[in-house]
Design a protein around this ligand. Sequence first.
Ligand SMILES: [Cu+2]
Length: 261
Amino acid sequence: MLKITALLSSFILPFLFSNSVFAQHSKPYQMGLMEPATPVAERLIEFHNMLMYLITFIVLFVMGLMIYVFIRFNAKANPVPSKTTHNTPLEIVWTLIPTLILLAIAFPSFKLLYYMDRIAEPEMTLKVTGYQWYWGYEYPDHDGLSFDSRMIPDEEIDTSKGQLRNLSTDNVVVLPIDTDIQILVTAADVIHALAVPAFGIKTDAVPGRLTETWVRITKPGTYYGQCSELCGSRHAYMPIEVKAVPKEEFEAWLIEAKKNN
Ligand SMILES: [Cu+2]
């Protein structure tokens, strides 16, 4: 009985409390996608939800038809089968409706793809380089400020500071909120991928190539991501930690960071 209660509470409690703190990283027993922190992530989630409705409707509809066929036209219920082979209106309908459904998916999909691609006039740039196995960050618009960011090892994790195992880093990337930030992604050794779910970004970091993406963070907070391209033995241990702060706070951080650079 105790075990069941414990099991139930571990399922239910995260749901009850999941809204009390802004969700920046995935939670145990989380349902659904991470709370969005950029317009791109918001649109991705809207698109995902739209597809969920569509898929659910199609699955139920096809399942209904099949169940009807199994019952109505099995050998017992329908011993003498019809020899009908063509039905032109029906064939037009079952070609046209799926085509319209595909168009209804393709149109917003391409629109979103181009929206995600790049920002026309970025206010600042962050360059990210993937290494085996950490990330390097550069702020080319801010006197070339640059630093490396490595995962904090398990034994040094300080939970009193809110540090998270396998997610917190020694040098946090600080970015201003409400700013169009161009992110240039590359790698120095093998292919990595910069992925931050709350920002809706997952961009390959390819050696010798500069890939572009962008964010406009709408809520201050700490956001986590991980390398999402299998890059070697410590692939799982090169997290991304981004701290989004108001612009004034970002300027203050810049002054401090440049001193230590
Ligand atoms: Cu990697």
